[in-house]
Unconditional design. Structure first.
Length: 301
């Protein structure tokens, strides 16, 4: 198969592993910098151009679209879809998962476990906003934040009010969420491919830190999932319409709650923690499912 990996950096671990796995399986693979693509939007003959030439017809694309380039990146994916190329994650699904508020609303509609979450615009609603998610401590998140950046713990009501007022003063869009104390600084990353959780790891925050992201110094180890946790991760991926994603769960006293669904999950931490060849499993899915003009918007919203 002829496969394109949309990635801004060939040297990133995840991109390198995807290239290695493709070559080992006999595929012809190109790494394409998403922001250097440009599109010829012509009736009946859409093309993607790169470095002065029209790109060839690929059998499949694997989008590795960073949050900072979501708008342009999903436009490029959509152009490939118009050309009949199979994308392991469709443009609509990537956009849906990148909008934290929208994704929470969609998961809520399907009855998937979530931390109590508030969203507001005017600062005169702050006290009730905090009270409505269970009171301090609360987690305050920038809608556009990634890898734990823009996530702050308001340990007291006064501290939470001050943080929210500061973010609102900067015209930032924020979510205010219930703090799941019993998770004890740990979360679970479930790697979903198709309709299965193929790997899972527990990420534990370092001492004095509540964010468990590996980029923030968290430690990862393999973890055994309950059936409820497995089902929750698969359902969350299905609601987003994603064939490949990382679903982040917290273990709460009322069962698993979904914190986020990531459409471009990193492979390094979970391959190291589980010892699994995640990249090879991704290609197994592509080999089975990639067909010309098979793109369809999965899920709703």
């Amino acid at each position: 198969m002829k496969i394109a990996i949309l990635s801004r950096n060939k040297k990133l671990y995840s991109t390198r592993r995807l290239v290695e796995a493709a070559q080992l399986r006999g595929h012809d693979v190109d790494v394409i910098d998403t922001l250097h693509c440009y599109m010829d939007i012509t009736s009946n003959n859409p093309t993607v151009r790169y470095k002065g030439e029209a790109l060839p017809q690929y059998d499949a694309v694997i989008p590795r679209i960073g949050a900072s380039v979501s708008f342009y990146g999903t436009s490029v994916v959509r152009q490939f879809e118009m050309m009949g190329t199979f994308s392991i994650n469709e443009s609509v699904a990537i956009s849906r998962s990148r909008d934290k508020l929208r994704s929470m609303q969609l998961l809520s509609r399907k009855g998937i476990g979530l931390p109590r979450t508030g969203f507001a615009h005017q600062p005169d609603n702050i006290k009730d906003l905090i009270k409505n998610v269970g009171g301090a401590p609360v987690v305050i998140k920038l809608l556009e934040g990634t890898q734990g950046i823009g996530v702050v713990l308001g340990e007291t009501t006064k501290a939470a009010e001050s943080i929210i007022e500061a973010f609102m003063g900067l015209k930032a869009n924020i979510l205010v969420q219930e703090f799941i104390k019993e998770a004890d600084g740990a979360d679970i990353r479930c790697l979903v491919v198709g309709d299965k959780v193929i790997a899972a790891m527990k990420r534990q925050a370092q001492a004095g830190e509540f964010r468990s992201n590996l980029h923030r110094g968290g430690k990862a180890e393999i973890v055994k999932l309950s059936k409820e946790e497995r089902d929750t991760a698969v359902r969350a991926a299905k609601v987003m319409g994603l064939n490949l994603c990382g679903v982040d769960l917290l273990r709460s006293s009322r069962g698993p709650v979904v914190m986020e669904v990531n459409s471009s999950p990193g492979l390094e931490g979970i391959e190291a923690a589980t010892g699994k060849d995640i990249a090879a499993i991704i290609y197994q899915f592509i080999e089975k499912n990639a067909k010309p003009h098979s793109t369809k918007t999965r899920g709703k919203g």
